[in-house]
Design a protein around this ligand. Structure first.
Ligand SMILES: Cc1cc2nc3c(=O)[nH]c(=O)nc-3n(C[C@H](O)[C@H](O)[C@H](O)COP(=O)(O)OP(=O)(O)OC[C@H]3O[C@@H](n4cnc5c(N)ncnc54)[C@H](O)[C@@H]3O)c2cc1C
Length: 459
């Protein structure tokens, strides 16, 4: 049967932009599902903002739903599609357009991989702080669409703090260009911020101007063993006090999580501990400062805040420490099926929340492991729940155990990954009816036919 949208797209775009039929073989919806064939009637590979505008205009005229693909590392089903959808991949929009060393900005296309942005910034003696385990695959457009967080939020903020300008294509094909290099712009509503974190439901991000920092040459990473969760909070305050703003990462791992993550490397600690903190200080000071860091941990040891501390002495140690924290796929491998969570919890409620949740999960027979870790300084916890079945009632039960307590303690069902498909039925736990109504009004104003990432965040 002839599909008019596809016909129109073929007619309007260059060869190779529209892929259908056999050309979709080997395409998938997530980097962890490479053996499951993508469901879509076509995959589009635009080469420019203008291509995207044409695509959106044609899809809008034909009420054609669109699913957006960035680096496919998202963890809430945001890139899942159906056979009736058209998938647009941003992979070809991958040019770094400009590095402005005076304004300290970089203007990039949405399909640029985060790690290549790090490398280009470093080549100009500059630094882009956004950093997390999937940096080798995640695209900057995907990071912006999800307002990604990661390892250095403590000091530099989430993606929304790192973006100065955006170019966005709306559902009807209109292009909004606000690629400015200025930090302050109070001229009316901040539209850029509206698109950041909107998970591709309000517009398609095509280009961005990123805010860069001066390169930080000294990196101190310390792995610490502790016996009480409260000590991790004390140590956080102590480090903030001593390092006056230079602490850039502060990660916590529960003992069973650390043991699995560290199992393939040589042992770091002589003894076992109940909690582990991995922290990072970035600075441009002299050796004197490095000595101060040592002294701080000696003092923490004397004050019984910590049980042990191991320092990274060279690049190899740094790589080892951060591989332990970032290579979380090892946790996935421990069970046949998993559920992933990224919740926000006020820091003073964290220990009791985790205790309660793990106690409840331990009662469920089909659950084999519960791994907990997270960005402690941001109040952000991750759980990987390993199970021996993927049955729907079990998925709902695990969701309920993890999400329900968040309402009364003022937490959030998503600290960083977003809502996508997987969390939408729980959205009302952390958003009021009034907030959801305003969100829906915004969606209706920008995408009145609900064509962009249909069914994500809202039904
Ligand atoms: C090992 C691992 C570790 C991770 N660690 C973290 C972490 O610490 N912090 C964190 O925040 N996340 C983390 N994530 C989740 C994920 O990497 C982030 O959400 C990332 O920002 C997604 O980028 P992506 O390019 O892969 O986007 P995708 O997965 O391709 O897409 C994510 C969402 O954005 C939409 N989208 C993609 N590109 C665009 C665009 N150009 N315009 C509009 N919408 C678009 C998609 O439709 C989808 O809804 C991790 C993931 C993995 C696998």
């Amino acid at each position: 049967m002839v599909d008019t949208v596809i016909e129109n797209l073929f007619a309007a775009l260059d060869n190779g932009v529209v892929l259908t039929g056999e050309a979709l073989t080997g395409r998938y919806s997530h980097i962890w599902k490479t053996s499951s064939q993508l469901e879509a009637k076509a995959v589009l590979l635009p080469k420019s903002t203008e291509d995207l505008s044409t695509i959106c205009r044609i899809c809008y005229e034909h009420n054609q739903p669109i699913v957006l693909h960035g680096g496919l590392t998202g963890l809430v089903g945001g890139t899942e599609s159906q056979i009736t959808d058209i998938v647009i991949s941003l992979q070809r929009l991958n040019q770094i357009e400009e590095v402005d060393t005076l304004c300290r900005t970089m203007t990039v296309q949405a399909g640029c991989i985060l790690e290549s942005i790090h490398q280009i910034a470093a080549a100009h003696d500059l630094f882009f702080p956004l950093n997390f385990g999937a940096k080798g695959s995640a695209q900057i457009g995907g990071c912006i669409a999800t307002n990604a967080g990661g390892l250095r939020v403590k000091r530099f903020g989430m993606t929304r703090n790192l973006i100065l300008g955006l170019e966005v294509v709306l559902a009807n094909g209109k292009i909004i260009n606000s690629l400015k290099k200025i930090i302050k712009n109070n001229a009316g509503y901040n539209l850029n911020q509206l698109f950041i974190g909107s998970e591709g439901t309000l517009g398609i991000i095509t280009r961005a101007t990123l805010k860069l920092e001066e390169k930080l040459v000294n990196r101190t990473s310390v792995f610490v063993g502790l016996s009480h969760f409260e000590d991790a909070i004390r140590l956080l305050r102590f480090c903030d006090l001593k390092f006056s703003g230079l602490l850039s990462a502060y990660e916590i791992l529960w003992a069973n999580t650390f043991e699995v993550l560290a199992s393939k490397y040589k042992p770091l600690f002589g003894d076992k501990h109940r909690f582990y903190v991995l922290l990072e200080v970035l600075d441009n000071h002299s050796q004197l400062f490095k000595d101060l860091v040592f002294q701080v941990f000696e003092e923490a040891l004397e004050k019984n805040m910590i049980q042990d501390a191991v320092f990274a002495h060279d690049a190899e140690d740094h790589a080892l420490f951060w591989s332990i924290r970032e290579d979380v796929e090892v946790l996935n491998a421990k069970a046949k099926f998993q559920q992933h969570f990224d919740v926000s919890v006020p820091i003073n409620q964290m220990a009791s929340y985790v205790e309660k949740v793990t106690f409840e999960l331990a009662k469920v027979k089909a659950i084999e492991h519960v791994f907990c870790f997270g960005h402690l300084a941001d109040g952000n916890l991750h759980f990987v729940v390993g199970k021996n079945t993927a049955e729907t009632p079990l998925i709902s039960m695990v969701n309920e155990i993890i999400y329900t307590p968040l309402k009364s303690i003022g937490g959030s069902i998503s600290a960083e990954h977003g809502i996508g498909l997987e969390k939408k039925e729980w959205l009302s736990l952390c958003r009021s009816e009034e907030e959801m109504e305003v969100m829906l009004n915004i969606k209706n104003a920008l995408d009145p036919k609900h064509l962009l990432n249909t069914g994500k965040i809202f039904d």
